[in-house]
Each structure stands twice: as C-alpha cells, then as structure tokens.
Design a protein around this ligand. Structure first.
Ligand SMILES: C=CC1=C(C)c2cc3[nH]c(cc4nc(cc5[nH]c(cc1n2)c(C)c5CCC(=O)O)C(CCC(=O)O)=C4C)c(C)c3C=C
Ligand SMILES: [Fe+2]
Ligand SMILES: [Fe+2]
Length: 340
C-alpha cells in the first residue's frame, strides 16, 4: 500500500536565541507544569551564561539542511518544514505557512527517540492545537515511529560513543564506566509511557556493541519540587557515589535521551557533571549526541520511505520490535498522580 505525502514536518522543542528570549521561553516550557519558579530562574541562569542562546535551533537548522541534502540525493523529493513547541518558529505559524503553500498531508519527525508525554503525546497535542488555530485547510500530520531501537540511531550513537572512549588513555579504556543519561521525568509521568523500558533497551543495544564496559542508566535535568518523585539516580549523585567507592577512574557519558547537544547537554553534563567528576577524582568524557551523523540522517530518510511505501520491512534491533506508526489512544498519557 502506498501513502501520499507532500511534505516533511520537523517538530521540536525550540530554544531562546538571545537574552530577552530566555524567560518567555521558559514560561512557555513550564506552562501547566508543577515546577517551582526558583528552578526556572536557576535554569534561566544556565542559558544566560551562554549569552541567552540555546544551540538547539541552530542544530535543528543543521539537521534540516542535512536531511534536505539526503532527500535531494536519494528521494523522496519533499519540502521540509520546521515547527517548535516553545519558541520560534512556532507550530501554528509553520502550519499556516504550509497551508499557504498548498501542503495537505505531511509526515512528522519529532526530535525525540523515546516515548514520553513530552516527546510524543504533547507534540501531537501541539500539532492539533496548531491545526485548530489555522482552521480549515490546515495540513494533516502523521507522526513517524519512535526510533530508539532503529539500527540507524543505535549505529550513530555507537560511533559517537567510540569517539568519546578514544579520549580515555588506552591502558584504562576497557575499564571505563559508561553512563547513559536521559532527561528525568516525574515517576507518575513515567508510569504512563514506555520511556524507561525504551531507554534501558537503547542503552543495552549500544553497550553490547561497545564491549564489556560496566554501564548504568542515569537521569539529569530534574525540575520538579523536592517532594515530587522523579526518575533516579541523578547523574551527579551517581558520579559522587562512584567517587566514594573509589574504584572508577573514567566515566563516559552518553546522552542517549537527546538527539542534539543543546543547553541541557552543555550545562548539565559538560559543566555540572564534569565539575562533580573533578571534585571526586573521576575523569569524565562526554559522547556527542547523534546530531547530523550521516547514519542518523539516513535513518530519517528510511523512516520516511518505509511509511510512504507501507512496507512490512521495518528495521528494529532487539526483541521489542518496531514501534507503532499510529499511537494508540492511551499512548504516553499525561499521568500526574500514581494511584495506590
Ligand atoms: C515534566 C516533565 C518535564 C519538565 C518539567 C521539563 C522541564 C524542562 N525541560 C527543558 C528543556 C528540554 N527538555 C527536553 C526534553 C525533554 N523534557 C522532558 C520532560 C520535562 N522537561 C522530556 C521527557 C524530554 C525528552 C523528550 C523530548 O521532548 O525531547 C529538551 C530536548 C528537546 C529536543 O528536541 O531534543 C530540552 C531542551 C527545560 C529548559 C525545562 C525547564 C526548566
Ligand atoms: Fe525537558
Ligand atoms: Fe506515544
């Protein structure tokens, strides 16, 4: 069966592009979320230390340029649009432009490899709201499947990890501990999705291709009030604990939960986690995210082709199989409280 599409829509998070954007951006991010204002101001300070500019928008521009090139060479010949949840270009403006250009049905690539409310359902809600804002004639958008176990994502991550491992002195390299890091979320939210299961599976798939390193899945960028439980262990606490145990010399962080080196990677890992490593006598190296790795870009093209052709051949590594194309009604529900 063949599906007709006339565009690709890259759907992402957005980030500030100057000091005056920081607070309004963070207010957009945190609208409706239970996060103390002090935490927001603390995060604002991280952004201000980098001139109020998050690299995420530039990284998405680079991703789109690389994908345009990939589609120009291999097809399908489709225009690529880009819309964000939290900062310009915002999804309603992008969908209005798509309507003006006569686009009727697009395939959506979300910059999240893992299923969560934030990375799946919330983006679908954002698109729906944008369609309502644009009104009649707004394009339909079908989301591409989650790619946490796609060979393209795993192979690109493995290559990035090997680059970071090569920074460790060769005589110590095989003993380096690997920390796979992902954005923490409230435990209640985690109960409504496959986030932890998928993260653990990606980490396993990558680690088995790296050799026999000890490895752990850890979390970063926690934002909730202190009484609310979020996914743990926190990466900085974990490195501190490794330091106390005294038998780990080198740690390689793989930011498996993210696809580009945005502010949460630069600040929470390169600044904070590396500083903690220094304090406890552990050398910390950090692998780059997949970014515009050619295998990651070819994976996006493969996901597009697979969906257009309707083929049954949908590559996925490991036992969990390919993720669904169309989210079931209860996919990535926003659970705010765990029922006991
Ligand atoms: C309740 C859950 C979350 C809160 C609160 C939250 C706050 C928060 N997040 C950022 C910046 C980023 N978050 C990103 C990804 C991301 N965030 C959550 C959850 C919460 N964040 C999840 C589950 C994820 C992963 C899925 C996804 O949407 O990507 C990202 C990366 C986005 C990307 O496209 O790569 C950023 C950047 C801030 C500044 C913030 C509030 C202080
Ligand atoms: Fe976040
Ligand atoms: Fe989902």
């Amino acid at each position: 069966m063949k599906n007709e599409y006339d565009a690709i829509l890259v759907v992402s998070f957005g980030g500030p592009e100057g000091p005056d954007d920081v607070i309004p951006f963070l207010e957009n991010v945190l609208r409706g979320k239970n996060v103390p204002r002090e935490r927001m101001l603390e995060v604002a300070e991280h952004y201000q230390q980098f001139g109020g500019v998050s690299p995420i928008n530039g990284q998405n521009r680079a991703l789109i340029a690389a994908l345009e090139q990939e589609l120009a060479v291999h097809g399908p010949q489709l225009p690529i649009y880009w819309g964000n949840r939290n900062w310009n270009p915002l999804l309603p403006d992008t969908l209005a432009q798509m309507k003006q250009d006569g686009i009727q049905r697009a395939l959506g690539f979300f910059t999240s490899a893992f299923s969560s409310y934030s990375g799946c359902r919330q983006y679908r809600e954002d698109i729906q709201r944008a369609q309502e804002t644009v009104g009649a004639g707004a394009p339909d958008v079908d989301k591409l499947r989650m790619f946490y176990n796609h060979p393209g994502f795993i192979e690109a991550t493995v290559e990035r990890a090997n680059e970071a491992l090569s920074e460790i002195p060769v005589e110590r390299r095989d003993r380096a501990t690997i920390l796979f890091s992902a954005h923490s979320i409230p435990l209640a939210m985690a109960a409504g999705c496959q986030y932890e299961v998928q993260l653990a599976e990606s980490a396993r798939l990558v680690s088995e291709r790296l050799g026999t390193h000890p490895w752990h899945l850890v979390y970063q960028s926690r934002s909730g009030p202190p009484h609310q439980p979020w996914l743990e262990p926190d990466i900085c606490d974990f490195i501190t604990e490794l330091g106390k145990q005294g038998d780990v010399q080198d740690v390689v962080i793989i930011p498996i939960g993210f696809v580009s080196d945005h502010m949460e990677v630069l600040f929470d890992l390169d600044t904070e986690a590396k500083q903690v490593g220094g304090e406890v006598g552990i050398n910390v190296a950090r692998a780059k995210t997949v970014g515009v790795h050619p295998r990651f870009i070819s994976m996006i093209r493969e996901l597009i082709e697979e969906r257009i052709s309707g083929t049954e051949d949908r590559p996925a590594l490991g036992p969990l199989g390919p993720s669904h194309d169309v989210c079931p009604v209860d996919c990535c529900l926003r659970v705010t409280e765990i029922k006991r």
